[in-house]
Design a protein around this ligand. Structure first.
Ligand code: ZN
Length: 437
């Protein structure tokens, strides 16, 4: 008994001494569970090659150290519920086009319909004006590796579930253009992969910033470089939240902004989520408390953002604390201000602050799976009919209630009572007839 107790005390002492010693910091390499930037770049090319009917990779710019900025567009060319450019598809009384009309040039590759793809081929534009765009970004802050991982796995989830016949995903990809940017900050990401787990900014040397790689504050905070109230963000080049010398000064932010304004790619960005970590919360415009108080959103937008945030909160278990901190020049606020997009930021994860890698990223597979599920669940909700139900649209000259050309009408349908009376009268006549000899 006594020796048992002594042994227990010894074990406790050993454990205490061991835990009190300096623990080795986790790094990108030591954890070894995340895709590297180079792996993700190779994956994007292979993913596009394997799924030419669904995936297009666009290099929309280069980082300051000349790395590619990649976006993936996921969408399908299968017939949609409502194509305003194709009135024959529903309810054309003559309907000769719908099956086997050799003259049916509209069905594939109508040059008058930008954005319509012919499978393997490229076309003049990726933007089908009939399909709204949704944008999912990760890796704006280099050390938040889990955000990049989440959107890359979202892309895989969409394609896998589409191939498995998920009606939800088929509907999403038929009616929306899903855009995914896995790594907004490649240069900062390389710094993290090299073991500098604290790197947040974009590595672009500005003013007196030291080129010493041990100086952790090199570059501009991309999430302070966008236009919404940019001038209210920090002008201290050494700050972790340095806004940059001018709005959209960084090659990364300006390239994304150009992509969003290019009608070859975007014309109607309806929703967006920018994934971060280091906190666990959901943030919607205006993200800064002062801004939120001073500039109330129109009630219908406030209601929509609250609806989205409440659902994200239910799905992820993350609190819906939209008034977290002052931050100006962010992606979501700028997307909303400029494009009217229902754009939010989801802070997916916060770990214990024993080291920087662990603070921002799960360090084991089950932790990664849990956090990625938060990102995928909230993204799938944003893409669903529950978030944005589309009213059937029809071409000009088509009556939306009958789906016929507006100069035609359907024969009036008899009232139910008339049907019933007719039925009863017929039955009575039949029974009378049977009684006759
Ligand atoms: Zn962040």
């Amino acid at each position: 008994m006594k020796s048992d107790r002594l042994f227990s005390l010894l074990v406790i002492a050993v454990v205490f001494v061991a835990s009190a010693g300096p623990a080795a910091a986790y790094t990108f390499d030591s954890v070894g569970l995340y895709q590297s930037f180079d792996e993700m770049t190779a994956w994007a090319a292979a993913f596009e090659a394997a799924n030419p009917d669904l995936v297009t990779v666009v290099e929309f710019g280069r980082s300051s150290q000349d790395r590619p900025l990649l976006a993936l567009q996921l969408t399908t060319q299968s017939p949609r519920r409502n194509d305003p450019g194709r009135p024959e598809f529903f309810g054309d009384p003559g309907r000769p086009e719908i099956f086997g009309d050799p003259g049916r040039p509209e069905f594939f590759g109508d040059p008058g319909r930008p954005g319509f793809r012919d499978g393997l081929g490229r076309l003049e534009s990726l933007n089908d004006p009939g399909k709204p765009e949704f944008l999912f970004t990760g890796g704006v802050h280099a050390r938040e590796v889990i955000g990049s991982e989440s959107v890359y796995l979202l892309a895989e989830h969409l394609v896998d579930s589409y191939r498995a016949g998920s009606l939800e995903t088929i509907d999403i990809l038929a009616n929306r253009e899903v855009w995914i940017v896995p790594t907004m900050n490649p240069d900062g990401r390389i710094q993290v992969e090299d073991g500098f787990s604290r790197q947040r900014k974009n590595m672009e040397l500005i003013g007196n910033q030291s080129p010493n790689p041990n100086h952790y504050q090199i570059g501009v905070d991309l999430n302070r470089n966008f236009p919404h109230r940019w001038s209210d963000a920090s002008n201290n080049v050494y700050s972790e939240t340095y806004r940059g010398p001018s709005e959209l000064s960084t090659p990364e932010a300006s390239a994304l902004w150009d992509l969003l304004q290019d009608e070859e790619y975007f014309s109607d960005m309806l929703g967006a989520i920018d994934f971060h970590s280091g906190a666990q919360t959901i943030l919607a415009p205006w993200i800064s408390p002062g801004d939120f108080q001073a500039n109330p959103l129109p009630p219908e937008d406030r209601e929509k953002f609250d609806f989205l945030a409440d659902n994200f909160s239910t799905l992820t278990g993350l609190p819906d604390n939209r008034l977290g901190y002052e931050s100006y020049g962010t992606l979501p606020d700028s997307f909303y201000e400029e494009f009217g997009t229902y754009a939010t930021c989801i802070e997916l994860f916060k770990g214990p602050f024993t080291d920087y890698f662990r603070l921002f990223n799960p360090i084991n597979q089950s932790g990664i799976d849990t956090v990625v599920a938060r990102a995928i669940d909230s993204s799938m909700f944003l893409l669903s009919d529950q978030a944005f139900a589309f009213e059937p649209e029809t071409a000009p000259g088509i009556d939306s209630s009958t789906l016929l050309p507006s100069d035609q009408t359907l024969a009036p349908i008899p009232e139910p009572a008339t049907w019933l009376l007719t039925l009863l009268a017929t039955a009575w006549l039949v029974s009378l007839r049977r009684r006759l000899p």
